[in-house]
Design a protein around this ligand. Sequence first.
Ligand SMILES: Cc1cc2nc3c(=O)[nH]c(=O)nc-3n(C[C@H](O)[C@H](O)[C@H](O)COP(=O)(O)O)c2cc1C
Length: 141
Amino acid sequence: MTKGSSTSKALAIALRGAAEYDAATSLLELHDFDLVFAGSVPPDEYPPDVLRMRQAIRESQGIILATPEYHGSLTGALKNMLDLMSIDDFETKIIGLVGIAGGHVGAIHSLNTMPRHHFWNCTTSILFLPGAFHLTNIRLT
Ligand SMILES: Cc1cc2nc3c(=O)[nH]c(=O)nc-3n(C[C@H](O)[C@H](O)[C@H](O)COP(=O)(O)O)c2cc1C
């Protein structure tokens, strides 16, 4: 997710909505985390940012995951981050999924490929935003 991207804007809007209900929110961007490829090193050699991400997830009550659709799927970066986490990290969370796609139905595919086993014990709601070019004109003030 690049800074100022449609996905980043959609997530910021969703977080603003949560804040209107007095939720304390923070926006985490994957490019600010120095992660490794899942499976490339044993867990005891994970860099500190893997633990930083895990801690942020564990300390939250709810999480909104946002992804653009890439070739009918969520991004590899988000999938890798989820692969680095454990199912326990997400237990009992309220999960929101936001999918952005250039096409008119695309985000359905990306969110349907989300590794839902992480969320088996969560309350989940889903928002699809097709035609992402509409979001490029939105200014967040
Ligand atoms: C590598 C790549 C693959 C894409 N694959 C799809 C796709 O399968 N379906 C679709 O509707 N849009 C696809 N798109 C378009 C993006 O979903 C769309 O441009 C979206 O706005 C990108 O999110 P961003 O603005 O947050 O970067 C793809 C874009 C890229 C760069």
